[in-house]
Design a protein around this ligand. Structure first.
Ligand SMILES: NC(=O)c1ccc[n+]([C@@H]2O[C@H](COP(=O)([O-])OP(=O)(O)OC[C@H]3O[C@@H](n4cnc5c(N)ncnc54)[C@H](OP(=O)(O)O)[C@@H]3O)[C@@H](O)[C@H]2O)c1
Length: 275
């Protein structure tokens, strides 16, 4: 059993804690945040230990999960650096034992993280989503070449407790981050349901029809053996209603809108790298 310390007790920490509890994790879970109210809430909901003092939080960690917004990373890591270097950075003095740190901060690269706090911290990056709350998440991870196989396995197992884990090179991490957001599904659901209401459905029926339309086919594709092309062919009768609808959506710039949205996300990720 290890002690996992979360720096930042916001949205993604809450979802990860829920996923870890669902998986009946044996790890000890500790959260540090600057908002006492959030700490109280997390303690009540997930029976975690909370630590308002950053020095003390870092001192307890076997694995540090950096879960603050990209704009806060620099400040938090400066404080971590001080904690590690301070006499209370470890039970016996300055911290010299290696400490594994996993950053969730979108866009902030490994070289930047190591520059902010180097040894004894060893860095990895992970990109989970709030879907880890239900145990059905997907997490991308990337590691520096220098990280040992045992350390890789350790963090992979941690994130695998709430869903699938894929390892991808850091050069592709931003692309993954932009494409893998459950907000795409929520956004499509909201847009289709709004359009359904405008076409005369009541809100609940519009949401029900839209959710089934978007989710069921995708789950069938993911869990089944048929190719996407085969499923599209089955669902879209030539000359029928679905055919008219998707043809018009494509002609109106559906693909272009998605490409432009993804490009904006990638620009934001690159901007985060400079924060
Ligand atoms: N949300 C997601 O779905 C998701 C998914 C994958 C990765 N991520 C990444 O995870 C990170 C956190 O995202 P989030 O959505 O969970 O953000 P969030 O809800 O804003 O949570 C961040 C928490 O960290 C606290 N914090 C900031 N600076 C601090 C400091 N110096 N000391 C102590 N606590 C501090 C914040 O407090 P204040 O509110 O007072 O600032 C807030 O409670 C981001 O880097 C994001 O890119 C998020």
């Amino acid at each position: 059993m290890s002690t996992i310390v979360f720096l930042g007790g916001g949205r993604i920490t809450s979802a990860m804690l829920a996923g870890l509890r669902l998986a009946k994790t044996r790890h000890r879970l500790v959260v540090h945040d600057r908002n006492p109210g959030k700490l109280r809430d997390l303690k009540k909901r997930y029976a975690v230990a909370v630590e308002p003092d950053l020095n003390s939080a870092v001192k307890q960690a076997d694995v540090l999960i950096v879960a603050v917004r990209p704009s806060s990373v620099r400040k938090v890591l400066r404080a971590v650096g001080n904690a590690i270097g301070s006499p209370i950075g470890n039970r016996t003095g300055n911290m010299s034992r290696p400490l594994l740190a996993v950053s969730l901060a979108a866009g902030v690269p490994l070289r930047q993280l190591s520059k902010l706090v180097g040894s004894p911290l060893q860095w990895a990056r992970a990109m989970p989503s709030p879907l880890c709350r239900s145990g059905r998440g997907l997490t991308a991870m990337t590691f520096p070449r220098t990280l040992s196989r045992a350390n890789r396995k350790g963090v992979q197992n941690l994130f695998a407790s709430f869903g699938q884990v894929v390892e991808i090179p850091e050069s592709k991490f931003d692309a993954f981050t932009v494409i893998y957001s459950c907000s795409h599904g929520y956004h499509a659901l909201a847009t289709l349901a709004r359009t359904g209401q405008a076409a005369g459905l009541d809100r609940n029926t519009a949401l029900l029809a839209s959710a089934h339309a978007l989710a069921d086919g995708i789950i069938a594709w993911r869990d089944g053996k048929d190719s996407l092309g085969t499923l599209v062919e089955e669902a879209v009768t030539p000359g029928g209603i679905a055919s008219a609808t998707v043809t018009k959506m494509d002609a109106a710039g559906y693909g272009r809108a998605v490409r432009q949205g993804v490009a904006a996300g990638l620009r934001r990720a690159r901007a985060n790298a400079g924060k």
